[in-house]
Design a protein around this ligand. Structure first.
Ligand code: SAM
Length: 293
């Protein structure tokens, strides 16, 4: 049973779209199997099969009949994830040689994509504040990445909202995949739904804003920050960016000129909502470029 206050809160934001969106969030989520490029070439019979997903390199629609568990060169070959989760990591456009920070990294699906994009040069710091989740992150990275890549990865456990104070102007690329309201998760957990209050999203938006300011500080001038959430609350998405523009708009610009085949444009960023992409997301992301001083 969904509390009336929950409906009211989201209806105020999504108006006539909310009923269909809420129904879509109640449906089971879709997972894809993403090939691990460090495990070698995608096997021939899979590389041109019809389960490969357009616009998502190496991603197969998950076929429960197929085996995705094989290992090659000691590495896991497939990582199961929400296909929408690839898009913020792709929007960071990591180049070989970059210095990259993944501020909120566990369990690690997006860190794997960033590590692949680094290829043969560059460094990744994968940070996760929760100790238990940091250990999960470590085990995922170890299972999918070769030793040479691991030697260029630092796994840390700091509060990322303070990061910018300690390492200002340091990273070429920063992913801030922020802790958020995760309404899909809440709707599927009756105990969580019972505890839900409108103040939850407001509080999370404040924490996300502190993380955003920290990411901007830690980014090199000319570098890029991608901010993402899996929330459908506008407070945690475009409204947080509106506040950042109001307070710090002279220090960055929103990058809007991507030719994206997948996703729906919002005022400042992009979103995948499951009423348009059944079983996917939700996912919101925005790319910010820090201005040269
Ligand atoms: C949305 S999840 C990240 C998912 C991850 N990027 C992935 O693709 O697998 C957000 C993570 O941020 C962590 N977190 C929350 N507050 C944090 C903070 N202040 N600093 C660093 N990590 C934090 C949470 O424990 C959680 O694991």
């Amino acid at each position: 049973m969904i509390p009336e206050a929950f409906h009211t809160f989201y209806q105020n934001q999504h108006a006539g779209r909310w009923t269909g969106l809420c129904d879509a969030l109640m449906q089971p989520s879709v997972r894809c199997a993403r090939w691990n490029a460090f495990a070698g070439q995608l096997p021939g019979e899979r590389s041109n099969d019809s389960t490969l997903m357009d616009g998502l390199p190496g991603c197969h629609r998950l076929d429960e009949e197929a085996s995705y568990e094989e290992r090659q060169e000691g590495l896991q070959c497939y990582y199961r994830m929400d296909p929408a989760s690839l898009l913020p990591a792709q929007a960071l456009e990591v180049q070989s040689g970059d210095r990259v920070l993944d501020m909120c990294a566990a369990p690690g699906g997006k860190s794997l994509i960033l590590a692949e994009a680094l290829s043969e040069q560059g460094h990744l710091t994968a940070n996760e504040w929760s100790r238990a989740r940091k250990e999960k992150l470590r085990s995922v990275l170890n299972a999918y990445l070769p030793d040479e890549m691991m030697s260029r990865i630092r796994i840390s456990g700091h509060d990322a909202s303070k990061w910018g104070l300690y390492e200002p102007d340091t990273y070429d690329r920063i992913l801030l995949d922020a802790p958020c309201s995760s309404e899909r998760h809440v709707l599927h957990q009756p105990a969580e739904l019972e505890k839900w209050k409108p103040s939850r999203s407001k509080l999370l938006a404040q924490r996300q804003y502190a993380l955003l300011c920290s990411a901007l500080l830690a980014c090199k001038p000319g570098g890029r920050v991608v901010y993402s959430t899996c929330s459908v609350s506008s407070l945690e998405n475009d409204e947080n960016i509106r506040k950042l523009i109001k307070k710090k708009g002279d220090t960055f610009q929103c990058l809007t000129d991507f030719a994206r085949a997948i996703g729906e444009k919002t005022e400042f960023g992009w979103q995948i909502l499951p009423d348009k992409y059944p079983g996917w997301g939700p996912m919101y992301w925005v790319a910010l470029e820090k201005r040269n001083a």
